[in-house]
Design a protein around this ligand. Structure first.
Ligand SMILES: Cc1cc2nc3c(=O)[nH]c(=O)nc-3n(C[C@H](O)[C@H](O)[C@H](O)COP(=O)(O)OP(=O)(O)OC[C@H]3O[C@@H](n4cnc5c(N)ncnc54)[C@H](O)[C@@H]3O)c2cc1C
Length: 327
């Protein structure tokens, strides 16, 4: 019997979130005595499958079908269901990204099984019942719930950035196995008709450095010094919802509950008050430097480091100092 991890990719480029799901699933599969399997679906899946042995997958199912070229939740969900029946799966794990949650929700509906989304931890109860207890994140991170899962097939997603992706101590075989699901055209309800890649290279969700700006920045043009600092540090610019509401930056730059969850080495949060909806998207950062004129601002009191001052002076001063030290 297998624990199946649904791995996401874009035309062969594996998402870091999938490796988080495998890292999370490894000890779980070992604890309940299940083989760790993975599935990659659609165009480019074979290329995406190659790294998964190093992350602990014994077997990697590569699903292909004309309906599966790009992401479509109905077709991906049905593919996972057919694999569950075909290889004997008693647990499915994915990362709790929008796509991961959408696919597992499809699987849950099709199998008529419960689904626990965005878990921080999962512990099998060792009483022979086969039940699992878990802590899951609700309301964008402001509420943690403990729950018990009783199901024939356990369906779980792990909260994005709850764990850091790590290779296994001992690589697994990662044997590729072709899987051809039986799908008909009616499953292609969501069809990708066009793709525009907005960000090349590092993204907000994977950047090692994020320089964030809030309402305190004051205008779209005033983000230029933040861009300069981000470029100097090999990072990207993020922002608060006050900024996107003002039309100063696109929504793709927004950090928070209704934006992107970030997990950089350092988050420089300037002119951002640190409202809970922003904080839940930023709290996985390993270090936070707040720059704010208000020493009582939430972001300042929660950050590991703070500069109380005007960001329009502090940000250029940091950039200048970084350049000076690099000669
Ligand atoms: C359902 C819902 C979802 C939401 N989702 C999100 C989300 O995903 N992300 C998000 O960010 N927000 C979200 N919000 C909005 C959130 O509640 C806050 O309103 C928002 O985060 C505030 O943005 P801000 O910190 O930039 O602005 P403000 O709260 O106005 O803070 C501005 C800060 O800048 C400081 N400042 C001003 N001038 C300077 C200066 N010159 N130098 C240094 N500091 C200065 C001020 O002291 C202040 O702390 C959501 C709200 C709701 C209701």
């Amino acid at each position: 019997m297998s624990l199946l991890v649904v791995c996401d990719h874009d035309r062969g480029s594996l998402s870091e979130a999938s490796l988080e799901a495998l890292t999370f699933a490894r000890p779980l599969a070992a604890a309940v005595g299940l083989e760790l399997a993975a599935v990659v679906i659609g165009e480019g899946a074979e290329a995406a499958a190659l790294d998964l042995g190093a992350h602990g997958a014994e077997i990697v199912h590569v699903a292909s079908h004309p309906v599966l070229t790009d992401f479509g939740p109905e077709a991906w969900g049905e593919t996972v269901v057919q694999l569950v029946h075909s290889i004997g799966v008693t647990a499915v794990v994915a990362c709790g990204t929008d796509r991961g949650n959408e696919v597992v929700a499809q699987v849950a509906a099709r199998l008529d099984q419960p689904f626990v989304a965005n878990c921080l931890s999962v512990d099998p109860i060792g009483d022979g019942s086969g039940n699992w207890t878990m802590t899951r994140v609700q309301w964008g991170g402001s509420l943690l719930e403990d729950t018990t899962l009783t199901a024939g097939v356990r369906l779980v997603t792990v909260a994005h950035h709850a764990v850091e992706a790590e290779v296994a101590d001992e690589p697994a075989a990662g044997i590729l196995s072709a899987f051809s699901p039986n799908l008909d055209g009616s499953l292609a309800r969501t069809v990708v008709t066009d793709r525009v890649v907005l960000t090349k290279g590092i993204t907000l969700s994977t950047a090692p450095v994020v320089v964030g700006g809030g309402r305190g920045v004051g205008s779209a043009e005033a983000f230029a010094p933040l861009e300069e600092l981000a470029a100097e540090l090999g990072g990207v610019v993020g922002c608060s919802r006050a900024v996107t509401n003002n039309g100063w930056r696109p929504h793709s730059d927004q950090v928070g509950q209704t934006g992107t969850r970030i997990a950089p080495e350092i988050y420089i949060a300037s002119g951002i008050s640190g409202a809970i909806q922003h904080w839940v998207g930023a709290m996985a950062a390993k270090n936070i430097l707040a720059i704010n004129t208000d020493q009582e601002a939430n972001m300042v009191t929660r950050a590991g480091h703070a500069v109380i001052g005007d960001l329009h002076q502090v940000i250029p001063a940091i950039t200048e100092e970084v350049r000076r030290r690099r000669g």
